[in-house]
Design a protein around this ligand. Sequence first.
Ligand code: NAD
Length: 257
Amino acid sequence: MQMNLTGQRVAVLGAARGIGRAISEEFLREGCLVYGFDRELDPAAPADGPVMTVGDATSFEEVGAFAQSVGTVDHVVFCIGVGSGKFGFPFWKLAPGDWPRVLELNLITAVNAAHAFAPILAAKGRGTLLFLVSVAGQMGSQTDPPYSAAKAGLINFMQCAAKDLAPYGVRVNALSPGMVKTDLNESVWRAGQERLAPEERQDYATWGGEKIRKVSPLGRWQTPAEYAAMAVFLASEHARNVTGQTVNIDGGQVMHS
Ligand SMILES: NC(=O)c1ccc[n+]([C@@H]2O[C@H](COP(=O)([O-])OP(=O)(O)OC[C@H]3O[C@@H](n4cnc5c(N)ncnc54)[C@H](O)[C@@H]3O)[C@@H](O)[C@H]2O)c1
């Protein structure tokens, strides 16, 4: 299938590592001009990667300056996500004071990106906006309540943005991972282990393998490349009738009846 994205301009927030990096590289392979934004660069990143801007997405000024520097844009992909670093089950293991920062890192950062780029996309009269969310935002996930609530909020905001931007020819969707081997996923494992006695602790591979067998009907890890393939498809004209959707790539972990 031809995606026909050659020469299009793509902004990826959270592009330095993990899923955002894989998405950036896939758009580059499609012949796009990719502009990345991240709070830190990966010194081992290849020289032919995206043009990177260092900034903190909790700052609307920094995200806005990035949007202005990119100028006209066809597609925006928001891939930032950060856990609380604590195991939040039952939820009172966390304090109310743990919430604001996690909501800021996962929800307000996305709102900043939407505010910075929506006027640019609307003025162009076409394009797409894609948010990485999580299975945790679609169920009462017993791992990290403020992270889950932020992702649920982001799914709702995505639908609102999809309705607002539809008259301008701009499509807005969400892509929802389950279990992917990245820094973020490893931080969830680490937070869970810290509460256990030494003899109960598991290495990352054992923990992940057991969790996937328990929660995912297909029973295997998802990979960053699977999100990259879907991100490129959703940006293409093949998806011209897809907006306001949460696309789960999670081995069947979330199924809405
Ligand atoms: N890995 C998983 O299992 C999993 C599961 C469900 C959802 N997700 C979601 O997928 C998306 C990508 O996650 P990932 O696993 O690739 O994580 P990751 O930790 O590998 O990458 C996240 C990137 O965001 C950047 N970032 C974090 N805070 C930032 C800030 N304030 N400003 C600018 N950049 C910032 C990091 O530097 C990093 O490059 C996230 O939205 C995450 O919530 C991941």
